[in-house]
Design a protein around this ligand. Sequence first.
Ligand code: GLN
Length: 454
Amino acid sequence: TEAYVKAVEAARPLNAFITETPEIALRQAKAADERYAAGKALPLDGMPLGIKDLFCTEGVLTTAASHILDGFHPPYESTVTSNLFRDGAVMLGKLNLDEFAMGSANITSHYGPVLNPWTGKDPANAPRKLVPGGSSGGSAASVSGRFAIAATGTDTGGSIRQPASFVGIVGLKPTYGRCSRWGIVAFASSLDQAGPMTRTVKDAALMLQSMAGFDPKDSTSVDMPVPDFAAALTGDIRGLRVGIPREYRVDGMPAEVERVWQQGIEWLKAAGAVPVEISLPHTKYALPTYYIVAPAECSSNLARYDGVRFGLRVEGKDLKDMYENTRAAGFGKEVRRRILIGTYVLSAGYYDAYYLKAQKVRARIAEDFTKAYEQCDVILTPTAPSTAFAIGEKQDDPIAMYLNDVFTVPASLAGLPGISVPAGLANDGLPLGLQLLGRPFDEETLLRVAGVLE
Ligand code: GLN
């Protein structure tokens, strides 16, 4: 832990942490040492983790990377982090992210962008500064840059998987309902899910083991036994049917992404799996559907930040004025855009045309997967349509930014588990990930296949 605390300091130019908590880390590490000496070590004892600053941590500043949560010290601990600490994990600090987890490049944070460690040796002075992906950009950078052993992330439409691909690490989004959302700052409640970001598939299994489980405080967490995930890593995928969805060969996909995908198919074949071509016909509607459903839920979830109960307050001449001043000052541009879109699609005249329609399409997308899983056991796709881009690119074009989520969003809408595994380097020398999608609550098969790919 001492070495990691030093590594966190040395990595400050990457801007991955919003808050460093070395005293907490050293105290937790000491307790772990004592347990170890007493022969009572816990499963994650002494493991120095970074915690995405979307998880409420008791008494420790929690910002969601938003100005509006200035000075918010939650009086409670999120279920996921409390599970990790129960098992002995150590907290190095709170990691930077896109504001309220809205973004794909970690450039919407009130605390400034995070740099991808692949930018180079002197990242702060590099001419072309690479993004780490988003929204879990701090999590991705800390694990890739070796200044956290693992990190927590959250994934609403790809925020664990896409940054994992951009920095060359493993990122697992569990099935919706596998991990409790209690104490995680809400973005889009029907999509949000916590998951691990790690160097190896085995680490992802061990982290998920601790994070997962039923929680009566989250009515959407599912009361199911948590299997022994690490035991699923047998390396044996003989006869397993791997679905290759035709619709994911999107127009304009760079040849090297296609090449890495083909390579992944060959690797799995060599291990005895059987590729099968499948169809997910509603794929092209997934992005527009997501960018209606997620903003709708965000506009409703973010209504609570009114200057009364949490964080920032900007006084005004009366109560309404105070609300308006607080929200105008507290939310960044992307968050405001989403609140406006969400409010629009939920408004009386447009609800049927947009929100209701999107809900119906969402059901079709989920059905596509149910049908596909009659023919295959897992699905293999690229994680993202590109490698990490530079800060400044796509920044003024929200649509180009949203297109980055093309491969991750469908499974989110269907609530399915997905994992991104590093699959090598593209021609530009940057990492690219492959995504595996599984049946609901079948993270074991995902992990097993991912273990063969890594
Ligand atoms: N990039 C997507 C968005 O901006 C996904 C974000 C996430 O998964 N939190 O909404």
